[in-house]
Ligand binder design. Structure first.
Ligand SMILES: [Zn+2]
Length: 231
């Protein structure tokens, strides 16, 4: 059982630390080559610079947020895997290969993640797994926190999970799966996690597309926020 401490939320949707969100079967292993991680590294740095990845102060101390993942090709056995940033990395401007983990299996119904690598995977790995399990053409999933996008979700017409569906639960997994079944949601390439404060996720067949949709949506949210009052 993994007790992870990365921006967890309780049943009321409030952020708190130290909550077990999934069963983690983790095996320590060697880091991947830096060249294999270059695409994720580049986009992760952009998202950090924009504040979509980082850390926030809480009563219990600073908590990191934001994580990026990439489908890892099943070259030989057809087994599904994905690379993801490790837990407790949100505060770091630049990651090293030791800050990545390889998710080697998952069971959404049982809330279980199998992973190996130099560090345990992000506590939000199960959410990333939903995208890879649901959409065969998705190769990148980026999760950031943006108060601007989150608070404007309705005005921007963004697909959103219910505010009473807390992140990291089977309920939110089912809700994400049903949203991803909607063609409009798949075309948007981004959804807002209503029950996970400030949480947004983009997903696409390329890292460029997943990154650009986040940045474009942030620009739209800032555009809304900066409109002059009619009065
Ligand atoms: Zn989050």
């Amino acid at each position: 059982m993994g007790v992870l401490r990365e921006n967890d939320a309780d049943a009321a949707g409030n952020e708190r630390e130290g909550v077990t969100k999934f069963h983690l079967c983790y095996t320590r292993g060697a880091p991947l080559r830096a060249a294999r991680l270059a695409t994720l590294q580049g986009w992760r740095r952009i998202l950090f610079d924009l504040g979509l990845i980082g850390q926030e102060a809480t009563e219990g101390g600073p908590i990191g947020f934001g994580n990026v993942s990439e489908r890892f090709d099943a070259e030989q056995d057809g087994h599904e895997r994905f690379l993801i940033t490790a837990t407790q990395t949100g505060h770091k401007p630049v990651l090293t290969p030791k800050d990545y983990s390889l998710v080697t299996g998952w069971d959404l119904a049982a809330n279980r993640i199998d992973a190996e690598g130099p560090s345990p995977p992000s506590s939000e790995s199960l959410t990333h797994a939903i995208f890879y399990a649901s959409l065969a053409d998705v190769r990148y999933v980026f999760h950031g926190h943006s108060p601007e996008i989150w608070s404007c979700a309705e005005a921007l017409g963004l697909p959103s999970t219910a505010r009473d569906a807390p992140y990291g639960t089977p309920a939110i997994a089912r809700e994400v799966q049903s949203l991803l079944a909607l063609p409009d949601c798949r075309a948007t390439g981004l959804l807002v996690m209503g029950g996970h404060r400030n949480g947004v996720i983009s997903f696409a067949a390329s890292a460029d597309a997943a990154g650009e949709i986040l940045i474009q949506t942030l620009a739209r949210a800032r555009g809304l926020a900066s409109r002059p009052s009619p009065w």
